[in-house]
Design a binder for this molecule. Structure first.
Ligand code: NOJ
Length: 736
């Protein structure tokens, strides 16, 4: 009987070659029992043995695969294990439906790329797409079918540890990066062996947790949700993302995995997406903790009826879904729809054609940690770095210097450059900053290294050693910041100061009178006010992955000119948070002449330390001649304009030309600035380029007073420049 069914099934999809995807899916669905359908909606994690570092399915799960009661695993590592489990699903379960294997490939599998926040600072979507493409090539060779990436949550609060995982604070830039990453992971055709399914997460609003405390309550208006937090998800959907992950958090009382506005109304009805939705870890189980369900069975009903397709680890779907249907408490249509969406993804990935397409051990060995992957990682790293300060052109370093003091625990660390969420990243593959510099200068320049202090310790006993190293050197490079476990999931901070005694150390080093360069290594904006005022050169390097040190060495010596710009605002103090460039004007904006009764702090600056979009180069750029083609623009047309950018310095370099608008009068209040376009250009010394833009009026749309996404005629300010503060301005009018 079993054999017969299997044969029947196999012939169904062989026969199905000429059918549409929907027909193929339906022909499989027609064969499935209720229990097998539910099985497709269940995902479990591999068990973790931290000692042996092996990942095996947990007890009983192999039997569940045989029974067709598991549709997916996460955290299974490597081809051998993937193939073994897939074989059970395909050859031992009644219908032989392949499993889908997911993993958090956030910025690399084994070859580690810069953290996503750093990559976004490149403002280079092609490069970000390349990064995701290369990550997919390596991960797919190691058995991974599906990555839980990109994380597209907008973050306006640097205390939130997960700010490092996204693209920053801006919905437009976040959307561009979201689309680039989806394209990179999923490639041209998901059936290709080296593509993987992407997953836009965390749907939605997770970045708005109160106080920046992870998992905390989110309470934002529907307008803020739609205008700030949702655009990157929409961009991911438009780019064809295969799946989404719901967030841990609630919005206004409704946890995301129960949120019909998000999951049904917006995702299905408005965006017409058939991407499947997976929960985050045990979010259905957490309905009980949130207090919206008495028990897991009730939680299960809420989730499936909200359009959650796959249950990660709560066990609710596995235990109760079939029962709920049999009792008439849940309509089978919810299950059928969810199964359809998941089967569709498996078909699109080509798993029905070849369930072992990700299971080739020779490919795994050949591809993993390949030199070509590292080259890509370095290319991305170089463009992710942001130069924050460079007084008197201290950088690039003069080749004639004889000695460099390299100071700081982070300078020698081979672990921290991996950053949080480094998946299978291996510290031994990392070039530390110290190694990068040594490799670069060989015997020509003496490197004097001293740790000075640990990142997070009060111990100053090794300051002397560091000061001595600096006194013996021509220049000091001090690497300060956070260890990699200070940001990421569940690593929120209430302060943004440099941890430990790092600031005291750099103050002591500054006293030596030697030129000092500070390199920041961190996963979030930090309130480095003293450093910013007193240290002549500052580089924001984030966590750059395996090529951190070699990229930094190239930048320090001018073999590559920095071109990154911040995609998050750096505040001066935690009390200013949330501090973001695209804020509203308010009815009482700050008036410096007569501040009383205007919007300000009596005891603290309103200014950011570094604004959104900010970043320097070794050269200088001048902007002039902002010119509109026409001043009146019809809805549906383009706002056409140009600006001249001149390289007024000595280095050939890249510049990111940024375009902002302000809708001057509308039916609802609009932000003082909104990024709407940008271009990264290359200029030789002395060269001027006229940079042309054609902004579709579609980008001027917003949610009006009736919450319709529409265009309102009227006057707009157009602003163009090198960052969100230093802008040339003109005005245009949108007419009907
Ligand atoms: C929890 C995290 O929030 C999510 O981003 C991740 O994908 C899952 N765990 C699975 O590891």
């Amino acid at each position: 009987m079993k054999k017969y069914l299997l044969l029947f099934f196999v012939s169904t999809y062989v026969f199905a070659q000429n059918k549409t995807l929907e027909q193929k899916v339906d022909s499989v669905l027609a064969l499935m029992t209720l229990e097998e359908k539910v099985g497709q909606l269940v995902q479990y994690s591999a068990g973790w043995d931290t000692g042996t570092k092996t990942r095996e399915p947990k007890e009983g799960h192999e039997e569940l695969i045989r029974q067709g009661k598991i549709g997916s695993f996460l955290n299974i590592i490597g081809v051998e294990q993937t193939r073994r489990l897939q074989k059970i699903a395909v050859e031992k379960s009644r219908l032989g439906i392949p499993l889908i294997f997911g993993l958090d490939v956030i910025h690399g599998y084994k070859t580690t790329f810069p953290i996503p926040l750093a990559e976004a600072c490149s403002w280079n979507p092609d490069l970000v797409e390349l990064s995701a493409r290369v990550q997919a090539i390596e991960a797919s060779a190691a058995g991974v079918n599906w990555t839980f990436s990109p994380m597209v949550d907008i973050a306006r609060d640097p205390r939130w540890g997960r700010i490092m995982e996204g693209s920053g604070e801006d919905p437009y830039l976040g959307s561009v990066m979201a689309a680039a990453r989806v394209k990179g992971y999923q490639g041209k055709n998901l059936k290709d062996d080296n593509t993987i399914l992407a997953c836009a997460k965390h749907f939605a609003g997770y970045g708005a947790v109160e106080g920046g405390k992870d998992y905390n309550t989110v309470d934002i208006s529907e307008r803020t949700l739609r205008e700030i937090y949702l655009p990157p998800f929409k961009a991911a959907v438009d780019a064809g993302v295969g799946s989404l992950m719901s967030a841990f958090t609630e919005i206004g009382g409704v946890p995301s995995s129960a949120n019909k506005l998000l999951l049904t109304q917006i995702l299905r009805n408005e965006w017409h997406s058939d991407a499947f939705v997976l929960t985050d870890w045990n979010t259905i189980g957490e309905f009980l903790v949130h207090g919206i369900a008495h028990d897991l069975k009730e939680a299960t009903k809420i989730a499936i009826e909200a359009s959650i397709d796959m249950d990660m680890e709560s066990n609710g779907y596995h235990l109760y879904l079939a029962e709920l249907v049999k009792e008439g408490k849940v309509d089978i249509k919810y299950i059928d729809d969810a199964v359809r969406r998941i089967l569709k993804a498996k078909f699109k990935l080509g798993l029905f054609d070849d369930p072992y397409k990700y299971c080739n051990p020779e490919r795994e060995v050949k591809v993993t940690l390949g030199e070509d992957l590292r080259r890509a990682a370095k290319q991305v790293a170089l463009e992710s770095v942001v130069l924050l300060k460079n007084e008197n052109n201290l950088l690039p370093l003069n080749e004639n210097i004889k000695s460099i003091a390299v100071i700081g625990e982070l300078a020698a660390s081979k672990e921290d450059p991996l950053g949080p969420w480094a998946q299978q990243g291996i510290p031994e593959t990392v070039v530390s900053i110290l190694e990068g510099l040594k490799n670069k200068v060989g015997n020509r320049i003496k490197i004097n290294y001293a740790e000075g202090c640990k990142v997070d310790s009060e111990d100053k006993s090794r300051f002397e050693e560091a000061i001595d190293a600096v006194n013996r050197s021509d220049v000091a490079i001090v690497v300060i910041g956070e260890t990699r476990d200070m940001s990421g999931e569940a690593h929120s901070r209430a302060t943004l100061d440099l941890p430990g005694v790092q600031e005291e150390l750099i103050k002591e080093i500054h006293k030596t009178g030697k030129p000092v360069i500070a390199i920041l290594m961190n996963g979030r904006p930090l309130t480095i006010n003293w450093v910013s005022e007193n240290i002549p050169a500052i580089i924001e390097s984030w966590y750059l992955g395996c090529e951190h040190g070699s990229a930094i060495a190239d930048l320090l010596f001018g073999d590559f000119v920095p071109s990154g710009k911040l995609t998050v605002t750096f505040p001066k103090g935690v009390g200013q948070i949330p501090l973001y460039y695209n804020h509203k004007n308010t009815g009482r904006p700050y008036n410096p002449e007569n501040p009383r009764f205007t919007s300000y702090y009596i005891d603290f600056s309103l200014e950011p330390l570094y604004p959104f979009g900010y970043g320097l180069s070794y050269t200088t750029f001048e902007y002039s001649n902002l010119k509109l083609k026409t001043e009146k623009i019809k809805a549906g047309d383009f706002v056409k304009f140009s600006v001249d950018v001149t390289n007024t310095g000595k280095y050939e370099a890249k510049e990111i030309v940024q375009v902002y608008i302000r809708d001057l009068v509308a039916s609802v209040t609009r932000p003082v600035k909104e990024l709407k376009d940008f271009k990264k250009i290359n200029l030789k010394p002395g060269e001027t380029k006229t940079v042309e833009f054609e902004l579709p009026t579609e980008r001027l749309k917003f949610f009006d007073i009736n919450m319709n996404y529409s265009l309102e005629p009227g006057r707009f300010k157009l602003m163009v420049g090198p960052n969100s503060k230093d802008l040339l301005e003109t005005e245009f009018e949108l007419i009907n």
